[in-house]
Design a protein around this ligand. Structure first.
Ligand SMILES: O=C(O)c1ccccc1NCC(=O)[C@H](O)[C@H](O)COP(=O)(O)O
Length: 214
């Protein structure tokens, strides 16, 4: 299973989290976020990492040119579109960045949002389901209704996000079977400052669950 730790701002923390077992790191490219990092800061983290780590830039309602420029300048391997981007916009990003993973994020409020997410499966590589918050786009610490998600089975891989922590991850994965998980505030001391003890706890719980599941 893919494990993405989002909101990385510091090279040493990125390196430590990658060696703990994360398969992907996320970088917030949304200027209003307290976790915002620019292309040079992202590059400074990526240069410390092994090549097998996916490095995902999180954007919200940016232009194709802004996304392309940031990817080119930073060395990102994927982009996560966390705003109101249309399927047509995703196609345009694909044309501009043909070798980059495109993840479309949805902030789930009702069952209708699952139908909407399903219409993106041919325009992106991966979906991500996050919790809805009226004021914040992401990194909110709010959980989704996992029970509601049991029927969600799109024709492309997907990440479960929203309020996941070392303490609730096993319960979440007992109810939902995503292709990957995404955590941010649940493994943080403060926005953008990751708690390496909580990260270690997360991977210990994931290993424990894998052993139990056989
Ligand atoms: O994290 C942010 O500050 C952020 C700001 C604007 C758009 C997206 C943002 N984060 C996106 C993520 O992928 C987070 O990991 C996701 O929302 C889960 O966060 P959390 O509930 O804190 O685990």
């Amino acid at each position: 299973m893919r494990v993405k730790i989002c909101g990385i701002t510091q090279p040493e923390q990125g390196k430590a989290i990658a060696s703990s077992g994360a398969t992907a790191l996320g970088f917030i490219c949304v200027p209003s976020s307290p976790r915002y990092v620019n292309a040079a800061q992202i590059r400074a983290v990526i240069t410390q990492l092994p090549e097998n780590i996916d490095n995902i830039g999180v954007f919200a309602n940016s232009t194709v040119d802004e996304i392309t420029q940031t990817v080119t300048d930073s060395g990102l391997t994927g982009v996560q579109l966390h705003g109101d981007e249309s399927t047509e916009f995703c196609y345009q990003v694909r044309q501009s960045l043909p070798n980059i993973e495109i993840i479309k994020a949805f902030r789930i409020r009702s069952l209708e949002d699952f139908d909407k997410a399903a219409t993106y499966t041919t325009s992106v590589n991966t979906l991500l389901l996050d919790a809805y918050h009226p004021q914040q786009l992401g990194g909110t610490g709010k959980t989704l209704d996992w029970n509601m998600l049991q029927q969600f089975s799109p024709s492309c891989p997907w990440f479960l996000a929203g309020g996941l922590t070392p303490d609730n991850i096993v319960e979440a994965l007992n109810q939902v079977k995503p292709s990957g998980i995404d955590l941010s505030s649940g493994v943080e001391r403060a926005p953008g400052d990751k708690d390496l003890h909580k990260v270690a706890q997360l991977f210990a719980r994931l290993r424990g669950k894998t052993q139990l599941d056989g």
